[in-house]
Design a protein around this ligand. Sequence first.
Ligand SMILES: [Zn+2]
Ligand SMILES: [Zn+2]
Length: 344
Amino acid sequence: MSAERRVLPEVASYKSSTGVRIYSIACDAFPGLIANIYLLLEAGPPTLVDTGSGFGDANKQLLAGLEKIRADFDEPIALADIRRIVLTHGHIDHIGGLTYLHRKLPKVEIAIHELDLRILTNYEERVAVAKKTFRAFLQQAGVEKDLLPAFMDIYGYSKKNVHSLPVTHPLVDGQVLDGLRFIHTPGHCPGQVCIGLGNVVLSADHILPEITPHQAPESIMPYTGLGHYLESLDKMAHTGGFDLGLGGHGPPIREFYKRVAEIRDSHIRKLDKISVIIRDSPEPLTTSQISKQLYTHVMGFHTLLALEEVAAHVEYLYQHGKLAIANLDQYQSEGNPAIRYVLA
Ligand SMILES: [Zn+2]
Ligand SMILES: [Zn+2]
């Protein structure tokens, strides 16, 4: 990890064609990852979109951001005025600050898509279910036995520090709440939503300016996976009228539809690369072996992210009839062996 600390971007303000004043507050989510929180004014009650990670200085940075909006932008707003919190999806870098905020604001309304609802309301259950499917995934992907505990630890780490919280507004696709239009875009996360406000879209982690949003296979969690993700990209491409995208990480997206097309292209290229790796291999390959060939220099947590990313693409190729299981006899006779793929 680089010792160099990135400077947090300043609070920025935007206005939607529907008259909503939008402020972005950047917070350190984890070392090396900055997450955006948005304050919306004139979209119903004062509303926060996402809460940061709650780790390290994140909560302090949120409070400092609100103070700056009051002092520099002349908005009479303080934390106690926040009446609604909308979560764009159930990942820790977006929901992690909710425990702290709910303690400060016990009556605050909480909105999240219904597919991510149980992450907030029944946290322990969700973690238990996810851990079991995740372990099965690691075995099928061909991760070496001695590495399993370390990978399970990394996965469990991000699940700590969240407590079960009440959801007042379960969201569904197409719902409109005080001018906020929720567009369900599963893939990166089951309950991922984008939020349309006139010509502005809060694109969350579905569409990011500088990185292609992380993918994991649907075998770990339903409604994730590359197939759902690409369908959700098309959904946004066909939802017209957005001049500006504001994502969960990174700077504003000025050419929104161009960015959607770039992300789609990058996945198509990755699918092609993986097909070539499998085609050129003298032996059938496990997902873990493919990942090591595609990402040669990753370590630690990034090894896991790379494996999930590759697995999402392998799963997509398999779902679409491009791959076959080479060790079907072993697959049928053993409990949960590593799957070895060849081109179909
Ligand atoms: Zn996310
Ligand atoms: Zn994120």
